[in-house]
Design a protein around this ligand. Structure first.
Ligand SMILES: Nc1nc2c(ncn2[C@@H]2O[C@H](COP(=O)(O)OP(=O)(O)OP(=O)(O)O)[C@@H](O)[C@H]2O)c(=O)[nH]1
Ligand SMILES: [Mg+2]
Length: 250
């Protein structure tokens, strides 16, 4: 299993500061919000929500930041999700609003395209309960055969570039499935749009939070991609370099 164990230095060790620092109690799915940007994901929204409900026994909160012109938001509301409407402005604008919306202590991101294994949510929660601040789904560990080859190559290259710039080996910088302690997402200012996923890994890692990569299965996408591979790939590469340099000289 790939893992990064970056211990925070000195006073930053207690990453749950301001929350339940006096208790060793474990988090349950009642402490979890699963959040996502949704943009015309009619083909997947019902499955994704059903999967989260089944795995968490209906306990996790589900938040969709939605820019759709199809029935995605209606389906999400019918299924009990909280829907925040937002003009479509790109992945990161939606996901930033989504991660900052919940009050619950653990925030899990996913894509609304049925690619990510909600059945592995218990493993993510267990890693948080074991002390991780961020648990990052590593799609490439098992090969990600369902991913288009161009994207797979790009994602491997992004991880390699980020690893060099951070001096820390990471295996998947652009995954959409992660769990975060809320303190992590609230204490950092997020600047990237298409590159937000990489930023959400890089800034916490370079600030000493404990990051763990969790190998995950990856399924073929339901519905159409919202990312142009060339334009999006260039934007992500630029974000990785910018964010790594900003953190290094911070
Ligand atoms: N609200 C909102 N959601 C968005 C926007 N762009 C993308 N999304 C959502 O963000 C998630 C990620 O987009 P994807 O199209 O899956 O991007 P990707 O994972 O890089 O590409 P694939 O590998 O094809 O899945 C999906 O749930 C989209 O619906 C946007 O402008 N607004
Ligand atoms: Mg996706």
């Amino acid at each position: 299993m790939s893992s990064i164990q970056r211990q925070a230095d000195g006073s930053d060790v207690d990453a749950t500061d301001g929350e339940t620092s006096d208790t060793e109690d474990e988090y349950t799915f009642e402490d979890v919000s699963v959040v996502m940007g949704t943009y015309n994901e009619e083909a997947a929204i019902a499955t994704v929500i059903d999967d989260v409900e089944a795995v968490t026994d209906g306990k996790a909160e589900i938040v969709c930041v939605d820019g759709s012109s199809d029935r995605t938001p209606e389906i999400a509301r019918e299924k009990g999700a909280r829907v925040i409407e937002q003009e479509p402005q790109g992945y990161g604008v939606a996901v930033r609003e989504a991660i900052l919306a919940p009050d619950r202590p653990i925030v899990v991101t996913t894509d609304c395209d049925d690619t990510y294994p909600m059945e592995q949510l218990p493993e993510f929660l267990a890693a948080i309960n074991d002390g991780a601040d961020v648990v990052s789904g590593d799609r490439l560990y098992h090969g990600a055969e369902a991913m288009p080859a161009f994207n797979r190559f790009g994602n491997q290259a992004f991880a390699a570039i980020a690893s060099v710039l951070m001096s820390e080996r990471v295996h998947d910088t652009t995954t959409g499935m992660r769990a975060y302690r809320r303190e992590v997402v609230e204490s950092i200012e997020w600047t990237e749009n298409t590159g937000l996923s990489a930023e959400l890994l890089i800034r916490p890692l370079m600030r000493g939070y404990e990051i763990r990569e969790q190998p995950i299965a990856y399924r073929e996408r339901a519905g159409e991609t919202k990312l142009d591979p060339i334009e999006g790939g260039l934007a992500i590469a630029k974000s990785i370099v910018t964010v790594c340099l900003e953190e290094r000289f911070r």
